[in-house]
Design a protein around this ligand. Sequence first.
Ligand code: FAD
Length: 466
Amino acid sequence: MNQYTIQKLRDIVGKDHVTTIPEELTCYSYDGTGQEYPPAAVAFPGSTEEICRIMQLASATPFPVVPRGAGTGMSGGALPVAGGLVLVMSRLNRILEIDRDNQVAVVEPGVINGDLRTEAGRHGLYYPPDPASMQFCTMGGNVAECAGGPSAVKYGVTRDYVLGLEAVLPDGSLIHTGVRTAKGVVGYDLTRLLVGSEGTLAIITRITVRLLPAPETRTTLLVLCRTMVEATTLVATILAHHTPCTLEYMDRTALSIVRDKLPFPFPEEAGALLLIEFDGRQDIVPIATRQLTEFLQTQPGIILNRTAANSGEADQLWAARRAISPSSFSLKPHKMSEDVVVPRSRLPQLVSCTEKLSRELGITIFTFGHAGDGNIHVNIMLDRNIPQEVQQANTAKQLLFEEVLRLGGTLSGEHGIGLTKAPYLDMELDPPTLALMRRVKNLFDPQNILNPGKIFPRQEAPEKNI
Ligand SMILES: Cc1cc2nc3c(=O)[nH]c(=O)nc-3n(C[C@H](O)[C@H](O)[C@H](O)COP(=O)(O)OP(=O)(O)OC[C@H]3O[C@@H](n4cnc5c(N)ncnc54)[C@H](O)[C@@H]3O)c2cc1C
């Protein structure tokens, strides 16, 4: 990008809303993967109209543009791998409307997920998708990745709440998809296509979501098991008879790295923990909780099964759960964070596989996550400065993916393909399906200027590394 282009950008968004200062560019050159790719410039647009004009400039020049929310993505989606412009959504952070009667909210893409949840709560409403990063990730990033979270086991993921979108195409034209009504089948479902498109098809500038009545109450149960296999075997058994709003899992290593945050002493014999919640009406939730507690008393392998004494203890458990990802760096300086999914009944095989890989390859691998969805975060810990560890970690990733597909699963449940999983996409998608997806990308973005280098394996032999 030359000085003329930078000046044009300043003309569009104002001189204070574009930076090329190297120290400032550094802040926008990484994401949750810990990888770093500096952009040539960063712009902070203040309106949809400015984004349209930026994309007209980008397609005429041309130069790459990477939309960015909070940069918490775990697959490298917001990394400007081809340089160019990073477009940060932080100024587009207004909750435009909460329509209480129709249970709909309209937000700009830079709104923080947790802020929408809080604001909806003030109206007696509820926005369920709750990624563990909810206090800092944006709604635009959530839509682009189809974010999930602990409550997906009962409520579903972002895709299940997005009714309609406003978005800017790579050539600068503005489109409107979907509806703000409860139903709507006019034309192709472009909303579904854009949800989970990882910033490669269009820049999302406005999001209409549906809301639910806020649950009246909530109870939290913790179940400590002797082994990972016993804990994960329980998951499908529980869901066959009960409808919790959360069924999270942490293995022994995950528990040990957050032991100082747990509201109970860490028992040495504990191999895994299930964190289970019920929410809903005051008269129903205590009954559901009691039924599950009684049911668990009949199950093998459980060391401890109890309900959190109060909301303070439940909050402490959640704080510990949310701290696992950041705390994992106490084990090693880097990690590959995979978010594979298998059918729930096959979770025991999945965790057995990760234990085996860890043992045979001599590296630390630990697991936690949304067991109720069969969506387990497999964390392969390494030091990227040690070639032997990089090699072993890459081998573990390849073998893990092979096992997940063999078990009838999928490579990503919520983090997306981005950069880190692109070389593995053809393990799951057959050639005609992949070719059709490439044609869709080409139709939206014939010059390949919007978030290039993401999702698709390179045409030439891909280098499979982190
Ligand atoms: C501690 C931690 C816990 C996490 N827990 C979860 C979890 O429980 N569930 C889960 O699903 N994820 C989780 N994540 C991953 C991450 O928070 C989500 O993927 C989130 O949706 C990313 O939002 P973001 O605003 O940070 O987006 P970014 O990281 O900035 O961007 C992610 C992708 O979205 C694109 N994008 C961003 N804004 C737009 C836009 N307006 N238009 C088009 N494309 C856009 C980017 O180009 C990129 O491809 C976690 C991450 C961390 C660090």
